[in-house]
Write a protein that binds this ligand. Structure first.
Ligand SMILES: [Zn+2]
Length: 164
């Protein structure tokens, strides 16, 4: 830190602290996780004005700012189309567990059937030469679900042509 001549030194104390917090995820997200846990359903939200289907659901349409409710939620297919991907080959701390995340692992961007927006999640393929944009993918759910995004373990590539 630089100081001008005559300026007093600022008294500082440095420390690190944990800041545990809780926040409301909103009614649509609650419904999203309930449907995931109880019925293995992936829900989106459809704007009543423009018809855009958001996945995951959003409380407000990003295009026309219309507020959406639980009544605007629609079930999406667990299948979708791969739009982008990466394979991670370096270690880092997993914020969900606090431990090191096993690697390599695949991470993908895809559009679920019935959705107009993109979703990101793990994909079980770690050989990037076997992944191609346009491939079909399908969600693989945990048997014992807890009501969080980990209930979808990953998406897997399936042999199926894109539905039109
Ligand atoms: Zn809209």
């Amino acid at each position: 830190m630089s100081r001008k001549k005559g300026q007093e030194k600022i008294f500082e104390i440095k420390w690190k602290t944990d800041l545990p917090y809780r926040y409301s995820i909103g009614k649509l997200a609650v419904k999203f996780f309930e449907e995931l846990k109880e019925n293995k359903k992936i829900m989106g939200s459809k704007c009543s004005k423009c018809g855009k289907v958001n996945s995951p659901p959003r409380a407000v349409c990003g295009d026309c700012m219309v507020e959406m409710t639980i009544d605007d939620m629609v079930e999406l297919s667990p299948k979708g189309t791969l739009e982008g991907f990466t394979v991670v080959n370096y270690p880092f701390t997993d914020p969900n567990t606090g431990g090191m995340r096993p690697f390599p692992y695949g991470y993908a961007l895809f559009k679920l059937d019935g959705a107009d927006t993109y979703t990101m999640h793990f994909i079980n393929e770690t050989d990037h030469t076997k992944l191609k944009v346009g491939q079909r993918v399908e969600a693989v759910f945990k048997e014992e679900r807890e009501g969080n995004i980990g209930d979808i373990m990953y998406y897997k590539v399936i042999k199926e042509e894109k539905k039109i």
